[in-house]
Ligand binder design. Structure first.
Ligand code: ADP
Ligand code: MG
Length: 474
């Protein structure tokens, strides 16, 4: 077993690592630190939550010499990540002499940042936009940068920062050490690496093992109108510390408002909030003032918050990679986590896409039906059960035998007064009869038909969940 001692770190750093409770290096740390401590360029790929921050933070601090101008620049995609990286480096340098770490990103007072630069900064953590702002103002100089880090490089490219990054990198002195850390290495990232790095070592960690083994993954089949109901059941049953992912900013607001009105204290996070608002929401969540955070992907990317027990995919993402990133918010650093995904009948193909991506251990569960049932009821969502023509498929059996066509029509038309036009195909099987009913009459059929009898036999009536036609993928 490799230990941090094997790296021969400075005492102050080793002491900080002990204080942080890191017992052994994570795989990406184990494989990169010995190389980067020699000053070599590095491209490292490892999934979210695997300790990449310390993997570059430790060699930066090992090499650090204090000068007039910054020694190291770490570029990150979002302000939340910037704040996290800054925190982690402050912890790692806790026992060192006054290491000055500054995070620069929009939404924070630029005057304070200018002031800090004037007094002297050793390590700058920043988003590309704000770093360029400082370059233009002449408040930040990159001509003494010895170590440059591109953190979450894939994400920065996704967010369209490519030109900004190229501009910034062109201002950094050479020779230097350049490290690139990323959860995935798409072509754009390779191109950047080829252009700006010199003879980099490449470390890829466990691409095949995509999902953190400590994260249990389950899904519920749930129709759109019942998602809030299902979410409330989950919150009641598990009392989780949860991040709930939804697709849009508008949905974040709607869902948060409804949950608050039902008496669930939740916070909401999306890209339109002011920086101070975001910080407050995150602090409340971090400090357990709120236990549930409703968020969009953009807002929650890379968040490292301790003790998140559940990630809930209220909306299943289109992109399997996003699924993997989301569930990386729980089960952090070896702790157990649960990922719950809501899947409507129209979204089964997205689950298949995730399976094809290599994530296969997603188990089907029923929504836990315990807890405070008073607040919100499950609705019968026939809309989602209906086919293109608005027909819902039912099955009926009389103590294990089918019901004859004539008897069935008699009950439907004469007893339940379902109009003839609302009845579709009827098919007899050995043990049951399947029949179609228009969605407008479906509730009545489901509620009332079972109380009738055929030849004194009890009836069992259920909705049949149709197999979806296969979706062709281009
Ligand atoms: P990544 O950047 O790969 O997504 P982070 O650097 O944010 O991951 O690390 C995730 C969590 O794991 C953080 O809370 C970090 O403090 C913790 N961590 C990092 N290295 C170790 C280690 N060797 N042992 C235990 N926990 C660690
Ligand atoms: Mg990271």
């Amino acid at each position: 077993m490799v230990t941090f001692q094997d790296f021969g770190l400075r005492d102050e750093i080793q002491k900080a690592i002990d204080k942080m409770g890191f017992v052994e290096p994570t795989p990406v740390q184990e494989r990169t630190i010995p190389i980067t401590m020699k000053g070599k360029d590095m491209i490292a790929q490892a999934q979210t939550g695997t300790g990449k921050t310390a993997a570059f933070g430790i060699p930066i601090l090992e090499a650090l010499t204090k000068g007039v101008k910054p020694f190291s620049l770490i570029l990150v995609p979002t302000r939340e990540l910037g704040a996290q990286v800054c925190d982690e480096i402050k912890k790692l340098s806790y026992f060192m002499d006054d290491v000055r770490v500054l995070s620069v990103y929009g939404g924070k007072s630029i005057d304070d940042q200018i002031d800090a630069f004037r007094k002297g900064v050793d390590i700058v953590v920043g988003t590309p936009g704000r770093v360029i702002d400082h370059l233009h103002r002449g408040t930040l100089s990159l001509n003494e940068i010895e170590v440059l880090v591109l953190d979450e490089a894939d994400r920065m490219l996704d967010m369209g920062f490519i030109e900004d990054i190229e501009y910034i990198v062109s201002k950094v002195k050479t020779p230097r050490q350049t490290m690139l850390f990323s959860a995935t290495i798409p072509n754009g990232v390779r191109e950047i690496a080829a252009k700006y790095m010199s003879d980099p070592e490449i470390v890829m960690i466990g691409e095949e093992q995509i999902v953190l083994p400590t994260t249990k993954q389950v899904y519920f089949n749930i129709e759109r109108k019942n998602k809030i109901w299902a979410l409330c059941r989950v919150l009641d049953a598990y009392r989780p510390k949860a991040i709930v992912f939804v697709q849009t900013k508008v949905m974040v607001d709607i869902l948060a408002k409804r949950l608050l009105s039902y008496g669930y204290p939740v916070g909401s996070l999306h890209g339109d909030l002011t920086q101070s608002r975001r910080e407050k929401v995150l602090n409340d969540f971090r400090s357990d003032k709120t236990h549930v955070l409703i968020a969009t992907d953009v807002a929650a990317r890379g968040l490292d918050i301790e003790g998140v027990t559940h990630v809930i995919n209220y909306d299943i993402p289109e992109d399997p990679e996003i699924y993997v990133h989301r569930i990386g918010r729980t089960g952090r650093a070896g702790k157990e986590g649960v990922a719950i995904t809501f899947i409507t009948s129209k979204e089964v193909h997205l689950l298949r896409k995730i399976n094809e991506f290599g994530v296969t251990e997603i188990e089907h569960l029923e929504v836990p039906e315990s807890g405070r049932k008073d607040v919100i009821r499950k609705v019968m969502d026939f809309e989602d059960q209906a086919d293109l023509y608005g027909m819902v498929l039912f099955q009926i059996s009389a103590e294990g035998t089918p019901v004859e066509r004539g008897a069935l029509l008699d009950m439907l038309n004469r007893k339940l007064r379902v109009p003839e036009i609302a009845v579709g195909n009827i098919n007899l099987f050995d043990d049951r009869t399947e029949f179609e009913i228009h969605k407008d009459s479906a509730k009545k059929v489901l509620m009332e038909l079972k109380s009738l009898r055929v030849a004194d036999k009890k009836l069992k009536v259920e909705i049949v969940h149709r197999e979806l036609p296969p979706i062709s993928m281009q």
